[in-house]
Design a protein around this ligand. Structure first.
Ligand code: GDD
Ligand code: MN
Length: 389
């Protein structure tokens, strides 16, 4: 890292990570040079040796643009780590990070830089949900993911950000100097590496509208989302609780919703009464309850398989075998819950809370015991980590 920016340092270094963005680079550089017309700047394109030769296009553009520098990385990979590599060689008084795919609106950049330069903020975040900002045309799924990610970052890390997932921000050189040693450059959460770990940083936000992507495709994948969740969990709790347990509990929470939806569907389907002579147990109402439970077991299994235990996941026909195990363990979990509940009730545990509250508290304890025991069984049997040498 260059410790002090030289006297003739540019006001801002714009670091733009790229992977297969060849079709976007010329337009990006045009727009950045135009938007920063009044401001001495440099643009650092950090490319991970893209197969579409983004680096070559950028180098060619750089021949007639004095502002452009290209860092082509051969050994390292990844968005956050590319950003850090760019920051390490940046000369600017402030450091800006912006996607290369034209989704970030460069016209608010001068305002963001000015806020940081004035000393009113150490970090200024281009935000999609602050006033003046918006997510633009986003699919429902993408919105949901972003909403959950934002909520978790705010709850767990208590960051004062409306868009903590943003990949568009400006930091002062001084803030970078302070934060750099703690940065864990994995995944897409580079902004949180600053703001999540350094609560003393003053933060400002500027709204903008996220544009749709015209060329190339997003690299945001389920594994990126998973890495993000694990990372904020680790930032908050360190090694206290296994981050995998956190994902497992998160899936369990989603299962509660599926369970209720399944119950509703069951009631709508209006299952016929089966006359087995076994009495009220086979009332259609109970069938709806069982239907909801079964639906949540299936969705929990799939989510755990492709999310929580991604590395150990079942594929092809083996999916069925995994499901059989998971189903058995789930049923066993119900037995555990009911037994623990009955045990606590019979022992008069928490009865001083009153019969109603005590009942709920005991059932909550029973659910927790079942959750932990199921987690233990699933990690040791269903998704046992296969020894890898
Ligand atoms: N060097 C490098 N290496 N660049 C990368 C890599 C990588 O492994 N992966 C992605 N990039 C670059 C892309 O080329 C693009 O310029 C930028 O990083 C953002 O990647 P996208 O794949 O377009 O991400 P997105 O638009 O889906 O995600 C945006 O929103 C997220 C939150 O919803 C980004 O702004 C993310 O930073 C943000 O977290
Ligand atoms: Mn993008």
């Amino acid at each position: 890292m260059i410790d002090d920016s030289p006297v003739d340092a540019p006001v801002v270094s714009v670091i733009t990570p790229t992977f297969n963005e060849a079709a976007n680079i010329p337009e990006l550089l045009d727009r950045l040079d135009a938007a920063l017309d009044e401001m001495p700047h440099e643009i650092i394109v950090v490319d991970d040796d893209s197969p579409d030769r983004t680096w070559e296009i950028a180098e060619k553009e750089g021949e007639h643009r004095p502002s452009v520098r290209v860092l082509r990385r051969f050994a390292e990979r990844g968005l956050s780590s590319a950003v850090v590599s760019g920051m390490e060689i940046a000369r600017g008084q402030t450091l800006a990070v912006m996607d290369a795919d034209l989704q970030h609106d460069e016209s608010v950049l001068p305002e963001m830089v000015a806020l940081v330069r004035s000393g009113r903020a150490d970090v200024c975040v281009g935000t999609r949900s602050a006033s003046g900002g918006s997510y633009g045309e986003w699919s429902l799924g993408r919105r949901l993911v972003s909403w959950v990610a934002t909520l978790l970052a705010r709850l767990l890390l208590r960051v004062p950000l409306t868009d903590p997932m943003s990949g568009y921000f400006v930091v002062s050189r001084d803030a970078f100097r302070r934060c750099a040693p703690d940065i864990n450059p994995k995944g897409f959460k580079i902004l949180l590496e600053f703001v999540g770990r350094h609560k003393e940083l003053a933060v400002a936000e500027v709204g903008y509208t996220f544009r749709p992507r015209l060329h190339g495709e997003t690299k945001l994948s389920p594994s990126v989302i998973r890495a993000y969740l694990l990372a904020i969990f680790e930032m908050r709790f360190g090694r206290l609780v296994s981050p995998q347990f956190f994902l497992y509990a998160l899936v369990g929470a989603s299962g509660v919703i599926v369970n209720l939806v399944g119950f509703g569907i069951g009631e709508l389907l209006d299952f016929p009464r089966i006359d087995t002579g076994l009495g009220p147990r086979f009332d259609p109402l109970y069938i709806s309850v069982v239907f909801g439970i079964q639906l949540s077991i299936i969705s929990n299994y799939l989510l755990n398989n492709y999310f929580t235990f991604f590395e150990e996941r079942y594929r092809g026909v083996r999916l069925l075998w995994g499901f059989v195990l998971f189903e058995l363990i789930s049923i066993f979990g119900v037995v555990i819950q009911v037994s623990v509940f009955q045990f606590l009730q019979n022992a008069g545990f928490l009865s001083l809370l009153g019969s109603t509250l005590g009942k709920y508290a005991n059932n909550a304890i029973a659910i927790l015991v079942a959750l932990v025991s199921n987690y233990f069984l699933n990690t040791n049997y269903t998704w046992r980590r296969r020894a890898t040498g």
